[in-house]
Design a protein around this ligand. Structure first.
Ligand code: AMP
Ligand code: MG
Length: 487
C-alpha cells in the first residue's frame, strides 16, 4: 500500500513531445472536497484507501498540487462527430497528468477532467460540472463491475467554483484511469493534417506499448488493427447485451484499447427499447441503442482510413469484415448465458430476437426480466413473468419454445440454474433516475447517496441486504429523464 507521494511516474506519452500534446498546468478549483473515491480504482495504483480522506488528496485531484514527476499535458486529436469530420479537437478540459506504474508493472494514465482551459478548449471554459463528473464516475465503476471494458474513475472532487451551463452549477473534477487515452481521433488527426512521420511515431508507440504481441506477427500494424476490431466487437456486444447506450460514439470518444470511454449523456435501458436515444441532441438517432452496432463498424472504418499509410486497403477491408460476425458471436454467447443456456443451437438467435420484440412491445424492464427468469425454474419463471406482457399469446408461444429449449439444454438443478444466471444477470444497474437522485443530493452538499449507490453498483450481481430500492423500475418521474449533453 502506498501513500500519495509514493507513486512512481513514467510519462511515456509526454515524451513523444510537443507535436502530440502541450504542457498545461491544472487550474485549481475553489474549496476542493472529496465527493467520492473508488477503493478498487485506488488499488490499481497500490494506493492505501485511507489516503482519500486526507486533505492532500482533494488538493491533488482538485488541481491545487502536483507531484514533482507529473508532466501535465493536453493531447491533440481530431475526429468524426455525428458523421462529419472536425479537424481539431483535443483535450479541451482534461489533462493527462502523467503515467503511473504499479507494483504489478502496469501503467495507468492519470487523466484529470475539468482541469481548466487548454489550447484545445475552443469555445469551452475548460470545466466539468459536478453532475457530469458524478455520472462519469458511477458509469465507469458500474461498467467495470459488470465485466464491460471501460476506463476507470479514481475519484470526484467537488468545489465551490461557479460554472455556467443552462444555469449556474459547481465545477468538479474526475480523475480517470486508463492504460492509454489515445483515441481513434489521434490517428485521424495526423492522417488528415498530413504528418506521416508523427503518425508513424504514434503507431509505433501504440504498437509497442499496448499491442506488443502484434510485433510477432508478419504484419504488425495489420495484426494491431485486427485486435482493435476484435476488442470493439466484444465491447459493443457487451453494451448491447446489458442495455448500455453510450450516446456520443464520435471517433474522438473511441479508445484505441477497445474500452468504453468518454461518458456523456449515456444511459442503461430501463424498459427494453431498441430505438432508444439517450442523447436528446441526437435528433436523427444516429447513436440510438440498436445503431451502436453498425456505428461501431463505421467508426472502425474511419480508423481504417487513417491507417491506409501503413496497411493495404484490401487487408483493412477484409479485417473490417470480421467485425459483424465477431460481434454476433459474442452477443449471442452473452444472451444465451443470460437465458441460462449452456449449449448452442441454431435457433437461439431467433429465440432472443422474439423475446426482445415482445419486451419492446410491452415495455418490459430489461434488467429485471432476466434476473427474475433465473429466480426459479424455467416453467415457474415464465408463468410469473407472463403478466408483464401485453401480447399474451405471443409470450406464451415464446415461453413454450424457451421451456423446450431449456429442457434440451441439460440436466441441472434449479440451484445451479439460479447461481449460473444470477452471475450474469445483474440486479442493480445504473438507472438514470438513481444517478439523478444521487446528483440532486450531492448538489445540495450531501455525498452519502453517491457513495452508497457506488457501493451497490460495485457488486451488481449480488443481492445486498437493505438495498431493495436500487433494484426497482423507475418511478414515473424517472422514466424519461432528458439528460443534457452539456457537461
Ligand atoms: P466531448 O463531447 O466531451 O467528448 O468533447 C468534445 C470536445 O469538446 C473535446 O475536444 C473536449 O475537450 C471539448 N470540450 C467539451 N467540453 C468542454 C469545455 N467545457 N471546455 C473546453 N472544451 C470542452
Ligand atoms: Mg470526448
Amino acid at each position: 500500500m502506498k501513500a500519495l507521494d509514493e507513486l512512481t511516474f513514467d510519462n511515456r506519452f509526454a515524451r513523444l513531445g510537443d507535436a502530440f500534446s502541450t504542457h498545461v498546468l491544472p487550474e485549481p478549483l475553489d474549496e476542493p472536497r472529496l465527493v467520492v473515491a473508488s477503493k478498487a480504482a485506488m488499488a490499481l495504483l497500490d494506493l492505501d484507501p485511507a489516503v482519500a480522506q486526507t486533505p492532500v488528496f482533494a488538493e491533488l485531484f482538485g488541481g491545487h498540487k502536483l507531484w514533482a514527476e507529473a508532466e501535465p499535458r493536453a493531447m491533440v486529436y481530431s475526429g468524426h462527430q455525428f458523421g462529419g469530420y472536425t479537424p481539431q479537437l483535443g483535450d479541451g478540459r482534461g489533462l493527462l497528468l502523467g503515467e503511473v506504474y504499479n507494483e504489478a508493472g502496469e501503467h495507468w494514465d492519470l487523466h484529470l477532467k475539468g482541469a481548466g482551459m487548454t489550447p484545445y478548449s475552443r469555445m469551452g471554459d475548460g470545466r466539468a460540472v459536478l453532475r457530469s463528473s458524478i455520472r462519469e464516475f458511477l458509469a465507469s465503476e458500474a461498467l467495470h463491475a459488470l465485466g464491460i471494458p471501460t476506463s476507470r474513475a479514481l475519484c470526484v472532487i467537488g468545489s465551490s467554483t461557479p460554472v455556467w451551463r443552462e444555469k449556474q452549477e459547481r465545477g468538479a473534477m474526475v480523475l480517470r484511469l486508463a492504460h492509454s487515452h489515445i483515441r481513434f481521433g489521434h490517428f485521424e488527426y495526423f492522417y488528415y493534417t498530413k504528418k506521416p512521420e508523427q503518425q508513424a511515431e504514434l503507431a509505433e508507440h501504440v504498437l509497442n506499448l499496448h499491442y506488443p504481441e502484434c510485433r510477432e506477427q508478419p504484419e504488425p500494424y495489420l495484426a494491431m488493427f485486427r485486435e482493435i476490431v476484435e476488442r470493439n466487437a466484444e465491447m459493443i456486444a457487451k453494451w448491447q447485451a446489458y442495455g448500455f447506450c453510450h450516446g456520443v460514439m464520435n471517433t474522438d470518444n473511441m479508445s484505441i484499447l477497445g474500452i468504453t470511454f468518454d461518458f456523456g449523456p449515456f444511459a442503461f435501458l430501463d424498459d427494453f427499447d431498441a430505438h432508444f436515444i439517450c442523447n436528446h441532441s441526437d435528433h436523427e438517432g444516429r447513436y440510438s441503442f440498436s445503431n451502436q452496432v453498425p456505428i461501431g463498424q463505421w467508426n472502425l472504418s474511419a480508423l481504417a482510413q487513417a491507417l491506409t499509410p501503413f496497411i493495404s486497403v484490401d487487408a483493412l477491408k477484409e479485417t473490417l469484415g470480421l467485425y459483424l460476425p465477431l460481434y454476433q458471436a459474442h452477443y449471442l454467447d452473452l444472451m444465451r448465458r443470460r437465458l441460462g443456456l449452456t449449449t448452442a443451437e441454431d435457433d437461439d438467435q431467433q429465440l432472443v430476437e422474439r423475446l426482445l420484440k415482445l419486451m419492446q412491445n410491452s415495455g418490459v424492464d430489461y434488467t429485471l426480466f432476466f434476473r427474475r427468469l433465473g429466480d426459479e425454474s424455467a416453467a415457474l419463471a415464465v408463468t410469473r413473468l407472463r403478466d408483464d406482457f401485453v401480447d399474451l399469446a405471443g409470450f406464451d408461444a415464446w415461453a413454450e419454445q424457451y421451456k423446450a429449449r431449456v429442457a434440451r439444454d441439460g440436466d441441472y438443478t434449479q440451484e445451479q440454474r439460479r447461481e449460473r444466471m444470477h452471475a450474469v444477470n445483474p440486479l442493480y444497474i445504473l438507472r438514470n433516475y438513481l444517478a439523478q437522485n444521487a446528483i440532486a443530493a450531492a448538489e445540495s452538499g450531501d455525498y452519502s447517496e453517491v457513495r452508497r449507490l457506488h457501493e451497490v453498483l460495485t457488486r451488481p450481481f449480488e443481492e445486498q441486504a437493505g438495498m431493495e430500492q436500487y433494484a426497482q423500475r423507475p418511478p414515473d418521474w424517472g422514466k424519461h429523464l432528458e439528460i443534457s449533453c452539456s457537461s
